[in-house]
Design a protein around this ligand. Structure first.
Ligand SMILES: [Zn+2]
Length: 352
């Protein structure tokens, strides 16, 4: 840190006018959340009723407040976004930078001097804000397959689910109940100790993900994921390639899509131009990325990490990743609501 000391010495030696200039210069290097958000919003509307008949209602800190004339709701420009109501908002851009480096929670806490819980909340606020943003339509050949992940209850203290008879629930030294896998006794085959996730990719780098259910996927869960936005991203020009699972045949035929299935059981890997290689590649990369950076992730937040992965490897292409990421994170004004709803969503998912 020799050079940093030098800079400090240099800054201390500056006169008032130059110091003011330096301050404004440094400020211009860090994007201001409010300015970024203001650029995004062309016509500010009420987040409740969508009316654009607003009146100004004073300031709160540096934020302009508005009141909707139609429904009387008060709100600001950041309402509903992931940074709404955030203390220490000024640290948000640095937090995004660290997130992009896949830095560990412990390290981020140290760097930003925030608590572990705040850091975890921020991570999932950020990830929730981006997971509904990239819903581009699919083009041409679309590969679709389910991926199995182990049910993971990392970080949970209450509402613990017994995984299976082959695991034992113990109380660890921190007083948390954790499930310990009995050595060599992993349940074989597909069971409710695993969760199915639907991956959909086309050959142009558009990715879709959906949480299917615990255990083996079926047509009901497939229909549910289709209904939750996937169907609207597919059109009649798409040819969908899947494996030979029956659920795909019934659901895709009912929706009237062109459908090719690859019979991997018969050692068939390609069928003319149709194959599942793009998808299997993404699947492998996702699992490796999770293992390398997070060791494992809780099933409760799996959806968020899928969105994060999608963002890192398929969306962000330019050199200015941080600013892009920041911009994306502020678009969705339902993100704060979805963040508060994660636990409910998880509880519903476990019952499927
Ligand atoms: Zn309103």
């Amino acid at each position: 840190m020799e050079s940093f000391k030098d800079i400090e010495y240099f800054v201390n030696a500056l006169s008032g006018e130059r110091l003011t200039y330096l301050k404004s210069y440094i400020k211009s290097l860090v994007p201001n959340l409010l300015e970024v958000r203001e650029e995004q919003v062309e016509n500010l509307c009420c987040p409740d009723c969508g009316s654009d008949k607003l009146k100004k209602n004073g300031n709160y800190g540096d934020k302009q407040k508005f009141v909707c004339k139609a429904c009387n709701r008060g709100f600001g420009i950041l309402s509903g976004t992931c940074v709404h109501g955030l203390h220490k908002r000024e640290l948000w851009t640095r937090f995004i930078e660290f997130t992009l480096e896949s830095m560990s929670i412990r390290k981020i806490c140290e760097e930003l001097n925030i608590s572990r819980q705040t850091c975890l909340d921020w991570r999932h606020k950020l990830l929730t804000s981006i997971n509904e943003v990239f819903t581009k339509e699919f083009h041409g050949i679309v590969e679709m397959d389910d991926m199995l992940m182990r049910l993971n209850q990392k970080g949970r203290r209450e509402d613990f689910i017994e995984e299976s008879r082959r695991t034992k629930t113990i109380t660890n030294r921190y007083g948390n109940r954790v499930s310990m896998r009995l050595k060599g006794n992993r349940k074989r085959g597909i069971s409710r100790d695993q969760v199915s996730v639907l991956l959909t990719v086309d050959r142009y780098g558009t990715v879709g993900t959906g949480m299917l259910k615990r255990g083996k996927m079926d047509s009901n869960s497939l229909n549910r994921v289709f209904g939750n936005g996937l169907l609207s991203r597919l059109n009649s020009d798409n040819t969908i390639v899947t494996d030979e699972a029956k659920a795909y045949v019934s659901v895709l035929n009912a929706c009237g899509f062109d459908h090719e299935h690859i019979n991997a059981g018969n050692k068939q890997w390609t069928k003319g131009i149709y194959h599942l290689n793009t998808l299997n590649n993404a699947d492998g990369r996702f699992k490796k990325w999770i293992k390398y950076h997070f060791s494992s992730v809780s099933t409760k937040y799996l959806h968020n990490y899928l969105g994060y992965f999608k963002m890192l490897f398929f969306v962000l292409k330019s050199g200015e990743k941080m600013e892009e990421f920041l911009r994306f994170s502020l678009i969705d004004i339902t993100s704060n609501f979805r963040f508060r709803n994660i636990e409910n969503q998880y509880q519903t998912f476990l019952k499927y």
